[in-house]
Design a binder for this molecule. Structure first.
Ligand code: ZN
Length: 89
């Protein structure tokens, strides 16, 4: 299989070449999915599959790499991670 417009590399897989819009989206995405949903730790290990971002449909983007929390051992996907963890909850 050969394609000129798809690059198979972790986190930079996209249509065409990476754009500012793409970089901005990814930065925001990882800000929004930063913490373990169970304990709120940002420390984790993760698999590195590149999920393609469709610039026409960015809201449906899901990073489904498997994360293992280094704090509590919870296993979840990157998309399951949360932006803020409320310790008071
Ligand atoms: Zn955790």
């Amino acid at each position: 299989m050969k394609s000129d417009d798809i690059v198979f590399m972790p986190y930079i897989t996209t249509y065409g070449k990476p754009s500012d819009e793409y970089n901005k989206f990814m930065k925001q995405y990882y800000e929004n999915h930063k913490y373990c949903p169970k304990c709120g730790s940002s420390s984790h290990s993760s698999t590195y599959v590149g999920y393609r971002l469709n610039m026409q449909n960015k809201d449906n983007y899901k990073d489904l790499n498997t994360c293992v929390c280094r704090q509590c051992g919870n296993v979840h996907t990157t998309h399951d991670r949360i932006k803020q963890f409320n310790y008071e909850a």
